[in-house]
Design a protein around this ligand. Structure first.
Ligand code: SAH
Length: 241
């Protein structure tokens, strides 16, 4: 079973949103599981502290490598990668979520304060992952985002596999606009083509809109799409992006 182990100073934040809706149901049905390790349990002092002042001076506190190592080593590894949520990490992508969802799970390390003593990354072969170019107060929400992106791709969790295929990023394009009843909302109509029943024309319209939206909103994705073509996901072949 796919398993996430979260190393955090705030285990009470989990499962939080990961326990709701389709992810919660998936966990109840045994498709995936989550457990937490409280980093504070590995403190070596009566105050329960896990951090110390930065070498070289400056503001803030740094999480100690020895305490982080003890916390990491307490979690069964089972071939799972150890990821640290960090604004310095490689940006999380849909391709990364696919790759992780096909593996045995992950161990996620949530930073707080100024982050972690640099030596832990090499000492435990830790990969740093970022959820975007902004700074959060801690890694917990980032870990939830990472895990949610992975778990919804585990077969059976989302129900209909076909709804995955056409989503944003899946073919290298953002998703086309969606509509539902009522047919008219405050004077705005659903585009006629979507009510035509002509599946070929609908598919063409959606494709055109997906390209238009990608080109105007995300020129970076559009350039890559033009260069590399649509992303094709074979059974085990994961594109490197
Ligand atoms: N001083 C650090 C930021 C520390 S923020 C720096 O400038 O790089 C505290 C913790 O929040 C980090 O250790 C990390 O675990 C988490 N965090 C903050 N922003 C994040 C982001 N964009 N993606 C993933 N984790 C993030």
């Amino acid at each position: 079973m796919w398993r996430a182990t979260i190393l955090t100073l705030y285990p009470e934040l989990f499962p939080g949103p990961l326990g709701a809706s389709i992810l919660g149901r998936g966990a109840a049905e045994g498709a995936w599981a989550l457990d937490t390790v409280n980093i504070r349990d590995f403190s070596d002092n009566k105050y329960g502290s896990v951090d110390d002042t930065p070498a070289g001076g400056g503001a803030g506190l740094v999480m100690r490598a020895d305490i982080m190592a003890a916390a990491i080593d307490s979690a069964p590894r089972n071939d799972r990668p150890v990821l640290c949520l960090s604004p310095r990490g490689a940006p999380l992508t849909q391709a990364k979520a696919h790759a992780l969802s096909k593996g045995p799970g992950l161990i996620a390390l949530c930073g707080r304060f100024e982050g972690l003593d640099e030596r832990i990354f090499a000492a435990r072969n830790i990969e740093e992952v970022s959820i975007g170019d902004f700074v959060l107060a801690g890694g917990e929400i980032a870990a939830m985002a990472l895990i949610e992106a992975c778990v919804r791709l585990i077969p059976g969790v989302l129900g209909s596999a076909s709804s995955l295929g056409e989503e944003s990023f899946e073919g290298g394009l953002l998703e086309y606009p969606q509509y539902t009843r009522p047919r008219e909302f405050e004077g705005r109509e659903i585009p006629d083509v979507l009510l035509s029943g002509d599946h070929k024309r609908i598919a063409e319209w959606r494709r055109k809109k997906a390209e238009e939206i990608t080109r105007t909103r995300r020129p970076d994705l559009w350039e890559r799409f033009l260069k590399d073509g649509p992303i094709r996901r074979g059974n085990n072949k994961e594109p490197e992006r």
